[in-house]
Design a protein around this ligand. Structure first.
Ligand SMILES: [Zn+2]
Length: 203
């Protein structure tokens, strides 16, 4: 993503660095107004967002209230951008923490209750100690309590089976899931996404 943006253009306003600005990532949409990527979610730092605006490579779709100022002008930090030129994207979703939660709709696959990101963890359906792998077919979202109860037992040993048999989703399935969440759910969770989007290999 950074490769799309080279150097800051002359005349771009340089906001004073502060803790506030770090909280203003811009969601990047492709030219068809779908997120460039859900997997991980396509986000740019406010610096890259402003550079792209000044390069005229994006359209501003929505803005934060936060202003940046230079001696000659002021502008609001973009919150949603759309690329002017369409970019072809990869079709297979990455195996990330966020995508597992999205596939499982933030529902514990054992008690089927809904949880917030920080209340959920992951469960190996077949425990690692029993040869279970960390992949789409063996990882499900689980609340901490169910995860604790299940421990290192096989589903048949504890009578705990995932509500849905885990499998790799298609990109389209994840996109549909993403649309079923209210926009502010995704917006407020952006900082979570940045952390949870790390590849899921050691948990
Ligand atoms: Zn549970």
């Amino acid at each position: 993503m950074d490769g799309l943006i080279s150097s800051p253009p002359v005349g771009a306003p340089i906001p004073a660095p502060g803790p506030n600005f770090a909280q203003h990532p811009a969601l990047v949409l492709n030219a068809d107004y779908r997120p460039l990527s859900y997997f991980p979610l396509s986000l740019w730092s406010w610096q890259d967002a402003i550079k792209a605006v000044f390069r005229d490579s994006v359209t501003i779709v929505a803005e934060y209230d936060t202003l940046v100022r230079s001696p000659s002008m002021e502008m609001r930090l973009p919150s949603v951008l759309a690329l002017k030129d369409f970019v072809k994207t990869d079709q297979s979703p990455a195996f990330t923490r966020f995508n597992v939660f999205l596939r499982d709709k933030w529902e514990c696959q054992y008690c089927e209750e809904s949880f917030k990101t920080h209340e959920l963890t992951f469960d190996h359906v077949i425990p690692r100690s029993r040869g279970g792998l960390t992949n789409w077919e063996n990882i499900v979202a689980s609340c901490r309590q169910c995860n604790l109860i299940k421990g290192s037992k096989l589903p048949k040993e504890c009578g705990m089976h995932p509500a849905r048999t885990p499998r790799q989703p298609t990109k389209q399935e994840l996109q549909r899931r993403g649309r079923s969440f209210p926009p502010n759910f995704l917006h407020e969770s952006w900082s979570d996404f940045l952390y949870w989007d790390s590849e899921l290999d050691e948990i």
